[in-house]
Design a binder for this molecule. Structure first.
Ligand SMILES: Cc1cc2nc3c(=O)[nH]c(=O)nc-3n(C[C@H](O)[C@H](O)[C@H](O)COP(=O)(O)OP(=O)(O)OC[C@H]3O[C@@H](n4cnc5c(N)ncnc54)[C@H](O)[C@@H]3O)c2cc1C
Length: 535
């Protein structure tokens, strides 16, 4: 097996991974350099698909303040957002946006050079910056990729998957095992700083706005290594994704459309959101999602409709060019036609328990972006807070590392040595249809661990998933990237289901039909692997 040594290894090339690479490179002189690893191409990530924008509390926005943003975020998080985390991320927002601007991210501005701000659900004021109208993620990722390409101390591995973290006898992270499916080669990368920026797990659900890479790998890897995993039962289902007949693909129809005035309708043309919440279309996502889900069930329909026609062709084309084009490709002219929309899994509020600097419960292991659970989002993420979390935590982690010991251990201890040996040996291979198994996980999760949950369904899901785990025999070497993804999806699915079963209340993104109330005391659920051989 190939061995290499880097001062810092970053897994994932979304907003969190790319920006952390850039900030670390800017601030530190690293003798062994930085390695940025991604399992697909650089731009294949959730971040690239972000539409609506990124929150910033700008000093020039007199309507807004840190306190107001904290209040909105805390309200959305239904008791589980942590005030100190929310305010520290909010306080850094203007500084980080300025830095991104300097790095070449082009945010939309008016003729006076002032940022254009939009509104999304549960925000009290307009505070969301955007890029390219509705292609904010692509604007950010492309600018970062350009910068990374100009930075000589960042090495890049594409189409390479992190498959296991290397921990020593002291349970400190000392590096990571990588697998390149194209060459079929494994590589042990030795480093005392491993940053997981692997994004969320939308792909464990049948319907999701997330791209194929979002299989929750980082959460499973950290869990198997013994890290604390927090609040995984809180999955955000976005209310409005494009419902395409006979397809599982769910393209996001940004909340910013509703922020600009678009209305939700039933097929008979009547409004319904006023029956569910006084904020109607701009209520928090969990409320709008359940309202749509309820109406779809009641009327035996597979979607509701979104009317954006009142915004007019010119504004729609200018402000929402990506949505306009995608709908037109599906024969929907959004300036004239209603858009068929349905909810889909969108965002992972829980994840690897980490602080704002990305520190996890394992020394040497850091988690930033969607893979992390910092306490910002609580039980329900406020729109456009996630890109902000990615960049602020990346920024803070780079600052933290300027004081950390980045020297790479010269000798392998027995535990690391044994782990590496496993990948040098012939693996046990299985004759399974991986795609069929992935689809089975997605069906189970959508049907029994989805928008509305109950004990019977959750217990059934858990027994099915545990059976799949047994059959797949975790903890061995696999032959393909897809098999590793399947292992990770099953582990994550079990953790979500376990958490959902244990949490006997409804709160934010977690809704139980059989416990349709919110406990007065809010608590995080924190789990760690019980025994080393378990997975
Ligand atoms: C359609 C859509 C629209 C959104 N709109 C907004 C918005 O407007 N505003 C907002 O704030 N948020 C939005 N979000 C959420 C936000 O985009 C994400 O939460 C955020 O971009 C996550 O960034 P990240 O860097 O943590 O992860 P990602 O951008 O998902 O990047 C993860 C990276 O890790 C790589 N990876 C994963 N596993 C492995 C592995 N085992 N080995 C190697 N590499 C691996 C992936 O290939 C990818 O490069 C949206 C999300 C989606 C899906």
């Amino acid at each position: 097996m190939k061995h290499s040594t880097y001062s810092v290894v970053i897994i994932g090339s979304g907003a969190a991974g790319l920006y952390s690479a850039l900030k670390i490179s800017q601030q530190l002189v690293l003798p062994e350099g930085i390695l940025l690893v991604t399992k697909s191409t650089l731009s294949d990530c959730n971040s690239y698909h972000a539409q609506g924008g990124i929150v910033s509390v700008l000093p020039q926005n007199k309507e807004d303040s840190i306190d107001l943003h904290v209040k909105d975020t805390m309200k959305s998080g239904v008791g589980l957002s942590e005030a100190n985390v929310v305010s520290s991320i909010s306080e850094k927002s203007a500084q980080v946006i300025k830095d991104m601007d300097d790095m070449g991210v082009i945010f939309d501005k008016n003729e006076n050079g002032e940022y254009l701000l939009t509104l999304e659900g549960a925000h009290s004021v307009r505070r969301i910056l955007h890029s390219g109208g509705d292609s904010t993620g692509a604007g950010i990722v492309n600018a970062f990729i350009n910068r990374v390409g100009e930075t000589s101390d960042i090495s890049i591995y594409e189409n390479t998957m992190a498959v296991e973290l290397m921990l020593n006898e002291e349970k400190e992270c000392q590096g990571v095992i990588l697998f390149n499916e194209q060459t079929r080669e494994y590589e042990a990368v030795h480093s005392s700083v491993v940053i997981l920026a692997t994004g969320g797990l939308g792909q464990v659900y049948k319907y999701t706005s997330n791209p194929k890479v979002a299989t929750g790998d980082g959460i499973a890897l950290a869990y198997l290594a013994g890290a604390e995993i927090q609040d995984l039962e809180f999955v955000q289902f976005h209310p409005t994704t494009l419902m395409i007949e006979n397809s599982n693909e769910r393209f996001l129809i940004s909340e910013a459309l509703r922020g600009e005035g678009a209305k939700l309708l039933l097929k008979d043309g009547s409004n319904f959101m006023d029956k569910y919440d006084e904020r109607e279309e701009l209520a928090p996502r969990d409320i709008v999602t359940r309202a749509i889900f309820e109406e779809m069930k009641k009327n035996n329909e597979n979607c509701v409709l979104l009317d954006a026609t009142m915004l007019g062709e010119e504004k729609l084309k200018k402000r929402f060019p990506t949505i306009y084009k995608k709908c037109l490709e599906n024969s929907i002219d959004i300036s004239k036609d209603y858009i068929p929309v349905a909810p889909a899994a969108h965002y992972t509020m829980g994840g690897i328990r980490a602080d704002v600097e990305g520190r996890t419960s394992i020394k040497g292991l850091y988690a930033i972006g969607e893979v992390a659970s910092t306490g910002l989002h609580g039980a329900n993420r406020l729109a456009s807070n996630s890109l902000l979390e990615c960049v602020v935590c990346a920024y803070e982690l780079a600052n933290y590392l300027t004081f950390a010991d980045l020297s790479v251990p010269k000798q392998l201890d027995k535990k690391v040595f044994d782990l590496i040996k496993k990948y040098d040996e012939q693996g046990e291979y299985f004759d399974i249809d991986v795609e069929e198994c992935k689809n089975k996980v997605r069906d189970i999760m959508w049907n029994y661990v989805g928008i509305c949950r109950d004990e019977e369904g959750l217990k059934y899901a858990l027994s099915q998933l545990k059976q799949m785990k047994k059959e797949l025999a975790c903890q061995t070497k696999y032959e393909t990237q897809s098999e590793y993804e399947l292992r990770n999806m099953i582990i994550d699915a079990i953790l979500i289901t376990d958490g959902a079963l244990e949490r006997k209340e409804s709160r934010g993104g977690h809704f139980r039909n059989d416990y349709n109330y919110t406990e007065s005391r809010a608590y995080h659920s924190i789990v760690t692997i019980k025994e080393e051989k378990e997975c």
